[in-house]
Design a protein around this ligand. Structure first.
Ligand code: OAD
Length: 240
């Protein structure tokens, strides 16, 4: 298998699972304890903002106790070393995850398409602020003083972030790799079709075959902490 210069990697909850962060759709996952429509929609926020803010306060606190795992570290290593192996080569990491484990592992060229737990978004002035504490006590926005902060997390029915940048990266991609995502949520789940339409090499690394598994040129099944470092080693050794 030959490799191109520009790699786009899409990650989902499976990458952070071995760091102890629940995936969304597995038994015992996030939505088992809270129905999605109770916490992750604009309507839920209008109906019961206390419940929604407390729920995200709990998740925000929890992720700060977690550490990046071998998969996060391997992807950061790929981003750092790939341009040394392939002149002009880039690695763009597009994540559906709202934790900060990719950046804590050292990834820089990173797009959080579903938002970030450690940001608050002011509905009065529209500014984003880094936020590690709680929001349920209605703190003031550091920029404008309004008590109108919400989690900077995409809710169902809202537009994912930075789609123009994502489509741009896909347009320039020579290889597309999907890691730890069920392929259940669009537009992320549709990126593999864009890659295929552009004749781009595609690879999936996942614990189970995803919903669009047969769209990939190759699908490797196993835990991210084993598969991702192995794939990165292959890429950097030039054996794949
Ligand atoms: P899901 O929970 O839907 O899927 C997680 C995927 O990770 C599954 O396919 C698992 O097989 C796989 N997996 C689990 N453990 C793994 C491991 N150790 N190694 C590798 N793979 C593993 O999570 P996402 O696909 O990320 O959106 O969900 C997509 C979006 O749905 C989320 O971003 C969220 C949710 O609604 C929003 O909140 C907007």
């Amino acid at each position: 298998m030959s490799t191109g210069r520009n790699i786009v990697v899409l990650t989902g909850a499976g990458v952070s699972a071995e760091s102890g962060i629940d995936t969304f759709r597995a038994e015992g996952g996030l939505w088992e304890n809270h129905r999605v429509e109770d916490v992750a929609t604009p309507e839920a926020f209008s109906r019961d903002p206390d419940l929604v803010l407390r729920f995200y306060d709990m998740r925000r606190a929890a992720i700060q106790t977690k550490e990046p795992n071998a998969a996060h570290h391997a992807l950061a290593r790929l981003e750092a070393e790939w341009p040394r192996r392939v002149v002009g080569g880039t690695v763009t990491l597009v994540t559906q995850n709202v934790d900060d484990l990719h950046e804590r592992a050292g990834s820089f060229n990173l797009i959080h398409m579903h938002g970030e737990h450690l940001n608050a978004w002011c509905r009065a002035c529209e500014m984003r602020s880094v936020w590690t504490g709680a929001l349920s006590h209605r703190p003031q926005c550091p920029q404008c003083g309004a008590r109108a902060l919400r989690p900077d997390i995409l809710w169902f029915g809202e537009m994912p972030y930075r789609m123009a940048d994502i489509y741009d990266a896909m347009h320039n991609a020579d290889m597309f790799v999907s890691i730890g995502t069920s392929g259940a949520v669009y537009p992320a789940a549709g990126l593999v079709r864009i890659a295929r339409d552009n004749g781009v090499q595609t690879l999936e690394l996942n614990l189970d075959p995803s919903q669009g598994s047969d769209l990939f040129d190759e699908s490797r099944i196993g835990p991210a902490t084993r598969l991702v470092p192995g794939w990165v080693d292959e890429m950097l050794a030039g054996t794949k």
